[in-house]
Design a protein around this ligand. Sequence first.
Ligand SMILES: NC(=O)c1ccc[n+]([C@@H]2O[C@H](COP(=O)([O-])OP(=O)(O)OC[C@H]3O[C@@H](n4cnc5c(N)ncnc54)[C@H](O)[C@@H]3O)[C@@H](O)[C@H]2O)c1
Ligand SMILES: [Fe+2]
Length: 365
Amino acid sequence: MWSYRNPVHLQFGLDAFDRCAEFIRQRPYVLLTYDHPLFADLAKRLAEQAGAPLLVIDDVRENPDIDFLRAAAARLHQANRTVEKAPVLVALGGGSVIDSAKCLAAFAGDFARTLDYLEGYSTAFSALPIIAVPTTAGTGSEVTCWATVWDPANQRKLSLSHDLLYPEVALCDPHLGRSLPRSLTIATGLDALSHALESVWNTQRNPLSLHYAEMAAKTILEVLPRLVDDLDNLHLRSRMLQAATCAGLAFSNTRTALAHNISYAITLEQGTAHGIACSFSLPRVLRWAVGHAPDIDESLSRIFAVTVDQLADVGVARLEALLDCLGVSRELADYGLDADGWNHLVMASAQGARGRNFAGQPCME
Ligand SMILES: NC(=O)c1ccc[n+]([C@@H]2O[C@H](COP(=O)([O-])OP(=O)(O)OC[C@H]3O[C@@H](n4cnc5c(N)ncnc54)[C@H](O)[C@@H]3O)[C@@H](O)[C@H]2O)c1
Ligand SMILES: [Fe+2]
């Protein structure tokens, strides 16, 4: 017996962003985005179609932390008091923007209540609706119901999670990714690959999550190396966005696993971009994943186009070659780790919630 659930209304296609006004449905809206001329232009385009926003929060930075979220939530909470109809949050950006929107949507910006919920002091929950417009092809946050909250002061990462945080609508418009530079195309694309693979070697997998994950991983292995040398190619951008969203649909039902849990300490300590921190270890984790469950092995063999017997050598080599061709180091030292530090990190990560999702068996270096 298995079940699969994802309630997000997905609109995919060129110019999907221009349908945003239609989905706002004359509600007041709060726009969240980055402080960057590209996004100011998009905000202007939206205002021409949907009218002026109730509030614009355009200072979202990478990896939203508690201090930023508290200040932004206060602005939303204040603005919310001035309208009778509940506003909808439009998140125009990558995972940092969509995750920020989820944190602000919670309790309509009453951040003290969000913190109580995050720390496990309360279970009641409410949230404003969200329209997610991803501008990276990576996190899949447009189809998940959780947000990463960074707490650098305490060297930890929290996860805000509730069914009400699924975006109402995800508008996936491949045009929006064309401005992504090479380095961000690589980091975000590898994040999506990591979601797909982590959803395969996952104790929570089901046939549908495996199907989405396979589609995503196969596409990324084929498309990402071509896209990084042809950044303006709209067809390849479109395939990557579709793959990232598919990976999101897969891990929306399984969550991630060991490689993600390993990544958080590296991002907190070294400032490594999320997509690099959660993908440099994938060849090692793949080797540990092989041989523990026939359906996982078969799925991985289809992804890497090798026999099950070849997975641990040829399959792993294929993944290593991908990282090498994208210029992503696989050396522990480049992530501030020696063999002891790595072994310690792997053991600690395997015991965390995401680590326990890993269906394989880690080995020491
Ligand atoms: N909720 C989830 O399910 C989930 C999953 C994975 C990661 N995350 C979180 O998402 C965050 C990472 O998100 P991300 O990788 O999408 O990047 P991001 O949102 O942090 O953005 C990275 C950079 O890309 C720039 N950028 C974004 N879109 C652009 C575009 N179209 N053109 C030019 N520049 C653009 C931004 O200005 C920013 O400087 C991390 O905080 C991570 O923890 C969340
Ligand atoms: Fe991720």
